[in-house]
Ligand binder design. Structure first.
Ligand code: GLN
Length: 255
């Protein structure tokens, strides 16, 4: 029997808005199908075996925590993560973790944080006197709606090699200007969707699982349909709330 191996990067430092819920979602969507799955926490100082995982997740965090993990990421984990991604390991990163997959992140204070360069993008925080990108975010991905909550100061700009993950319907997304949300390159995915993201977006969760199971050498057909009625009700509610937010002017300062 195939066992899906998940690596959870910096679970203590990069877990803003309960981003660890993405790992819980992936584990449950495997177990509900009888698919064996393991999760290993990868913290500061831990080495990474590039052949040790089928899917790696990193959540978001404030500038301070990003600063704490950035050096560790570059000095201890960069080569292994690049090798893993070259071997089609799925990598999902949210917000602060997403920013560190790019070329650099320029925080609200202090020096630039070099990124892994796994995504062709850069992120710059315009300073603490400029509003943050906060609110319910909806976006279109492969004809489906993705929902979540965003709270970031950084504005992300994609280069030619990166593909936007989704198109913003309501909210800010990468930078509040070009209507892009997130980025993807190969099996690497970055998004600003907190919430946590995957429980309310079951189609995207299964999209990731399909790729990770392929990496694990699993036989096709393991992703049998699940009753996602509760998840889809949560998604619809989040879309409604985002619409109300838009109509009540919650984002009126978006101008
Ligand atoms: N500190 C980063 C920013 O403000 C990321 C925040 C987050 O992960 N929510 O843009």
């Amino acid at each position: 029997m195939t066992t899906l191996r998940i690596g959870h990067l910096y679970p203590r430092h990069m877990n803003l808005y309960g981003d660890r819920g993405n790992v819980v979602c992936l584990v449950n969507r495997c177990r509900w199908r009888g698919i064996s799955v393991t999760v290993e926490a990868i913290g500061l100082g831990d080495a990474i075996d590039p052949d040790g995982y089928d899917l790696i997740f990193v959540g978001g965090g404030p500038d301070r925590e990003q600063g704490r993990v950035a050096d560790d990421l570059l000095s201890l984990k960069a080569d292994a993560l690049r090798a893993a991604v070259e071997r089609q390991v799925v990598l999902l990163a949210v917000c602060g973790g997403y920013q560190l997959l790019g070329r650099y992140y320029r925080p609200g204070d202090g020096a630039d944080l070099p990124g892994l360069g796994l995504l062709d993008l850069y992120t710059e925080h315009p300073g603490h006197r400029v509003h943050r990108c906060i609110g319910n975010l909806t976006a279109t991905w492969n004809g489906a709606t993705l929902v979540g909550f965003e709270n970031h100061g950084g504005r992300t700009h994609l280069g030619a090699a990166a593909t936007p993950l989704a198109t913003v319907a309501q909210g800010w997304g990468n930078n509040g200007v070009d209507h892009t949300e997130g980025a993807t390159q190969g099996t690497v995915y970055g998004t600003y969707l907190h919430g946590s993201f995957l429980p309310k977006n079951p189609a995207f969760a299964d999209h990731l699982l399909a790729q990770a199971l392929a990496h694990a050498g699993a036989a096709p057909g393991l992703l049998t349909p699940l009753d996602d009625s509760i998840e889809l009700r949560a998604l619809a509610t989040a879309v409604r709330l985002a619409g109300e937010q838009q109509s009540t002017g919650f984002l009126s300062w978006k101008i």
